[in-house]
Ligand binder design. Structure first.
Ligand SMILES: C[S@@+](CC[C@H](N)C(=O)[O-])C[C@H]1O[C@@H](n2cnc3c(N)ncnc32)[C@H](O)[C@@H]1O
Ligand SMILES: [Zn+2]
Length: 420
């Protein structure tokens, strides 16, 4: 049935909810998120036990806990559009119920064509309906095919998008190549990775296979996850003579996310490759250091305690956020009355503060645990480290973590003194 026609019938009906469920063939409900109202599967109907994960049991994917992810995407896209100062074309190749794509069309000024796609025909049908429900059916085009096939249709120079948002189940790597080819030079690519077990070192071989880098189960594994993801992107982009620059990234709940601009050119691609390297970590004394360059003579002995060093990488050692982009995102959040505004603003502000801080972070609990010390307040530790003449900043990666240029022995000493 024509979605426009369906919407008008539904709006006229007093039994709207029942009618919608009938029309899709599964239980649905209407929710609001940001400035849109969409029909989604009624998740409560798909879980029998409390521990069951409803989004993947429903006939169409919808995950309410990813609202913050979508809010940040709206802000990032708006900032990027304002930077470009022209209409932007947007692509979401794995859209589920269409919520993210519809939000871009409704909430982001200067968005022109929005092309969304999902391999699941029920998802494509729901996304078509949701576009019509929000009166953006003339700008939101819905397709129903494999994401790589779909993205490849836009690989020719004049067909490419300004923004591609890859938000899959698990790893975005299978879609990276096609997403890069579907982006214009200067375009923005957003990537979500939810496969935290490989990225955080629980399944290191899977990480090496997928991301081309070795992870480590350290206290700062979430930062390593972002750097492994961006590293994989940079190396994949380099094959196409594309360089990348990260504007924003974050880790929250069960996933990591990165926003990077891509630019064509052998020199910018070389510059990206030059930002690849390794992180060397000592599990015995918390020492860590970086080693720039993919082909680099790696040290094997900890300079602080002489224990064997472990290696993460190759991964991205460049910047994983841009201060200015963060502050523009903060400003863009004003007046939008997003449901998770407080949490979102806190996260952007932390990401901004740590944008130029040293790579990796220490967690107070982990060190105190190893040294058998009582755990002091993070603020106290940060102040003390600063008073000793070092940089120190909290990190959004871990509420008990801080970034500093002080070496591990200094951090251990400060914590010991502080808790004496
Ligand atoms: C995590 S969900 C997307 C959620 C959505 N981006 C959002 O923000 O609500 C992943 C979606 O990818 C779709 N999918 C899985 N494999 C696909 C493929 N090869 N091509 C296109 N879509 C695919 C699934 O049907 C599912 O709807
Ligand atoms: Zn050591």
């Amino acid at each position: 049935m024509n979605p426009k026609y369906l919407v008008s019938i539904i709006k006229a009906s007093v039994h709207a909810r029942e009618l919608w469920s009938l029309s899709f063939g599964f239980p649905t409900e209407t929710i609001t998120e940001g400035e849109v109202k969409v029909v989604v599967p009624k998740l409560a109907a798909y879980v029998k036990e409390v521990w069951e994960y409803a989004p993947s049991k429903a006939p169409v994917f919808y995950n309410p806990t990813m609202e913050l992810n979508r809010d940040l995407a709206v802000l990032a896209l708006q900032v990027y559009q304002k930077m470009l100062e022209r209409e932007v074309s947007v692509c979401e190749p794995l859209t589920g119920c269409g919520l993210r794509g519809v939000r871009f069309a409704v909430e982001v000024e200067g968005v022109g064509r929005v092309s969304v796609n999902d391999i699941n025909p029920k998802a494509a049908k729901l996304a078509t309906f949701n576009a019509a429900l929000n009166r953006v059916e003339d700008r939101v085009a819905v397709a129903n095919e494999d994401a790589n096939l779909f993205l490849s249709r836009y690989a020719a120079p004049r067909k490419r998008f300004n923004y591609v948002d890859v938000d899959p189940f698990g790893s975005p790597v299978p879609y990276l190549d096609a997403a890069l080819r579907a982006l214009r030079s200067g375009g923005l690519l957003a990537l979500t990775a939810t496969d935290m077990a490989p990225l955080c070192g629980v399944h290191p071989r899977a990480c090496l296979r997928k991301y081309g880098g070795h992870p480590l189960r350290t206290e700062y594994c979430h930062e390593l996850a972002v750097r492994l993801l961006v590293g994989c992107l940079a190396m994949m982009a380099a094959k196409h003579e594309i360089g990348v620059e990260v504007l924003f990234s974050h880790s929250v709940d069960h996933y990591v996310r990165a926003y990077a601009t891509v630019k064509y050119g052998a020199r910018v691609a070389d510059k990206s490759v030059q930002q690849m390297g390794y992180i060397l970590h000592c599990f015995s004394c918390f020492h860590r250091e970086t080693s720039l360059g993919i082909i680099s003579p790696l040290k094997h002995v900890c300079p602080e305690c002489k224990a064997k060093l472990s290696v993460a990488g190759p991964l991205w050692l460049g910047k994983i956020a841009d201060k200015n982009f963060c502050s523009l995102m903060e400003r863009e959040a004003e007046g939008r009355s997003l449901r998770q505004e407080k949490r979102l603003l806190k996260m952007i502000s932390l990401v901004q503060n740590e944008a130029e801080a040293p790579i990796t972070y220490y967690t107070v609990d982990k060190i105190c645990d190893k040294l058998n010390l009582p755990i002091p307040a993070l603020k106290k530790v940060i102040n003390k480290v600063r008073r000793e003449g070092f940089q120190a900043a909290p990190t959004h990666f871990n509420s008990r973590g801080f970034k500093t240029d002080a070496q591990a022995s200094v951090v251990r000493e400060i914590l010991t003194k502080l808790t004496a």
